[in-house]
Design a protein around this ligand. Structure first.
Ligand SMILES: Nc1ncnc2c1ncn2[C@@H]1O[C@H](COP(=O)(O)OP(=O)(O)OP(=O)(O)O)[C@@H](O)[C@H]1O
Length: 227
């Protein structure tokens, strides 16, 4: 049994190197949210990463076109949404659309978990977070809006946003510089990381300073994963 509570209205960070199993794990968390009828919107940067989740009844798929005009308020009438880019959308154009969407969710004050894939891309640099992400990270929880950041570039993700996260989920890191970087926020990460097997996930609770390890063999998806 895994004791993992997705229903808490808190910000979270999921970080791991490419191919480590982030999106598989995240999809498993989303299945849990769905089972608890907690509304979510996934802002994906790839077309196939989370597409298996549309197998869940009622999940709305929206293909985002660069510079197109959308009625975001209307989109928020759907409780479960997966946004993906159209094939030729450049990252900067996608981030512009998604930033406007996050702003609209915050303004509407509608309960939502917002999954921000490749969250390092939203910020000018690691010391200058996106103003919209910073605002929602600071004030969103009061409006039942929580951010779930996902990144494969931990050193490029602003610590200011990370410090607003209640939980961090990490899969095995292989680059020593990344391990040292993480250890500044998670004591003993070097030792914990050495114990992690492929697909195991460390859940770290920043407030309590406690952690648990979720074994990869306990992370079993119901929907198909194409990532
Ligand atoms: N717990 C698990 N059990 C079995 N297979 C897994 C598990 N987690 C991930 N995998 C498999 O490992 C591969 C990589 O996983 P995934 O696509 O989630 O990586 P990722 O970190 O999201 O990669 P990227 O950053 O490149 O998108 C996939 O084929 C996935 O099915």
């Amino acid at each position: 049994m895994v004791d993992l509570d997705v229903s808490q209205n808190v910000h979270r960070l999921i970080a791991a190197p490419t191919g480590a199993g982030k999106s598989y794990f995240l999809g498993w968390l989303i299945e849990k949210l769905y089972a608890e009828k907690k509304p979510f919107i996934i802002l994906d940067t790839k077309t196939k990463n989370h597409i298996g989740l549309i197998g869940l009844k009622g999940v709305k798929l929206l293909k985002i076109k660069p510079r197109a005009c959308y009625n975001w308020e209307k989109l928020l009438e759907y409780p479960y949404t997966l946004c993906i880019p159209t094939l030729r959308t450049k990252t900067a154009d996608l981030v512009e659309q998604y930033t406007a969407l996050i702003d609209a969710i915050y303004t509407a004050g509608k309960e939502r978990v917002i999954v921000v894939e490749e969250a390092h891309n939203y910020n000018r640099n690691a010391y200058a977070p996106s103003p919209v992400l910073e605002l929602v990270a600071r004030e969103g929880r009061g409006r039942k809006i929580s951010l779930w950041f996902v990144t494969q570039r931990i050193q490029d993700f602003p610590k200011l946003l990370w410090s607003q996260c209640y939980y961090t989920y990490l899969l095995k890191f292989l680059i020593p510089q990344d391990v040292r970087y993480v250890e500044a926020l998670i004591p003993d990460f070097n030792a914990i990381n050495r114990e992690l097997n492929r697909f195991d996930v460390l859940e770290y609770n920043h407030l309590a300073g406690e952690h648990q390890i979720i074994l990869g063999s306990n992370v079993n998806r119901n929907t198909k994963h194409y990532g």
